[in-house]
Design a protein around this ligand. Sequence first.
Ligand SMILES: Nc1nc(=O)c2c([nH]1)NC[C@@H]1CN(c3ccc(C(=O)N[C@@H](CCC(=O)O)C(=O)O)cc3)C=[N+]21
Length: 288
Amino acid sequence: MSTTTAVLLPGAPVAEQILADVADRVAALRARGVVPSLATILVGDDDASAGYIRIKQRQAAELGFASPHEHLPADATQEDLHAVIDRFNADPDVHGLLIQYPTPRHIDYDTALQRVDPDMDVDGMHPLNLGRLAAGMPGPLPCTPAGIEALLAHYEIPVSGREVVILGRGATLGRPLAMLLSQKRPTANAAVTVVHTGVADWPRYTQRADILIAAAGVPGIIQPEHVKPGAVVIGGGVRYSGRRLLPDVDESCAAVAGAITPRVGGVGPTTVAMLFRNAVTAAERRFT
Ligand SMILES: Nc1nc(=O)c2c([nH]1)NC[C@@H]1CN(c3ccc(C(=O)N[C@@H](CCC(=O)O)C(=O)O)cc3)C=[N+]21
């Protein structure tokens, strides 16, 4: 057994702060007679997905959002899904829209996502919004990258001018996070390297990192020998085995890192908070 030396960086206090701000903004909208609304669409009967939707709906209610939900059967067609998206897009009382991922195999998620009104895209994953991010234009940010930036800022971990290495290049995390953390802003402005398992000597890169961000989705891929002593380690990538969370970062890394996100309750809570921040921003945009 290794001794834990690293400072823990839980996501809950970060999420709480973001959600307190969201709640204030929701209250301000409601005072003007606007009930912010985040619609969700679930296709099929996956247990884990249904569970996530319930969590989001409970949190939506606590924050004062309306959360209309459409549950399509597992054999719904692409056209059925598009019809529901079109209806929510056109509904003046709905401000944010989320299609729960993953969808059944016969559904093309990317095509459905492209049909969502980009200004209602609370995941920040519509190609137009990824384009806005690449161009430095305002728009909804992808939730996990935005949550990681907020987490680093909350714990006052210096990012500007430092060496950030991201292991993973996926569209939901690694790639947009690299764009975000290299932007010219006080909480970003880093020297960012994106590396991935297609690079045979990827540990050579991660060993240099002041801030190492795991975004590979390969359980246990980050081991202590991949971490520079004292580095900040952020576990972004996860896999699920049923409901069991399988993080990228092996727990033994805590013996080498200076600071590290906990196995459970790290980046996840900040991701969900950003969903609601995007939703309240979408509602405000309609009325200003
Ligand atoms: N359109 C869409 N948007 C999403 O944002 C989206 C999605 N689809 N599909 C599913 C994934 C999954 N996801 C999680 C967010 C937070 C935690 C989270 O907070 N997890 C806790 C608990 C982990 C556990 O024990 O299971 C943690 O990380 O500590 C987990 C999972 C959002 N997703």
